[in-house]
Design a protein around this ligand. Sequence first.
Ligand code: ADP
Ligand code: ZN
Length: 189
Amino acid sequence: NHGYIETIIGPMYSGKSEELIRRLKRAKIAKQNIVVFKPQIDDRYSKENVVSHSGDSIEAIPISNSNQIYDYIDEKTQVVGIDEVQFFDDNIVDVAIDLADQGIRVITAGLDMDFKGEPFGPTPRLLAVSEFVDKIQAICSVCGQPATRSQRLINSKPARYNDPIILVGAVESYEARCRKCHVVYHEDK
Ligand code: ADP
Ligand code: ZN
């Protein structure tokens, strides 16, 4: 009796957390034993919940290392949820594989691309080993078409390729954008 890995990917605001929460709540209704994790660095809204931009939430355990998952699961665990999976190290993929081999349904959600449009952290490998992948879209904040990318803005202007991840004194924000409206300035162009 093996489990499997389900992965939900897309840009910011595409509804990844919403979809993760929906699946986990349905598992709960089915009286399944579930545990939810999120990386400690993401304290956007709440330290102990996965919260979507639309306000849904579910209890989650913040962890700083993927091996900590083993401290919270036992023989009774049937479903494991992991949000913001792109922020974990590559070992999160090995943990997901191991849990699925043990019979657990693993549901992960995260960004497939960073603000530069490049594959994000462990996500590419996770996609490769998942039984099920759902790539979902947001709405482009410029043109209203389906958005597949996350636009990084610094003081309301498109970020440059080599901008540091933390810019002291700058106001940073993100928007969902389509391929056409997504902008990344390279220093030499
Ligand atoms: P993700 O986890 O992918 O960042 P969330 O599940 O947190 O997404 O949020 C999805 C919700 O965000 C949508 O249901 C909608 O209410 C809201 N939202 C805000 N901006 C947008 C946008 N540009 N496109 C789609 N949904 C958006
Ligand atoms: Zn667009």
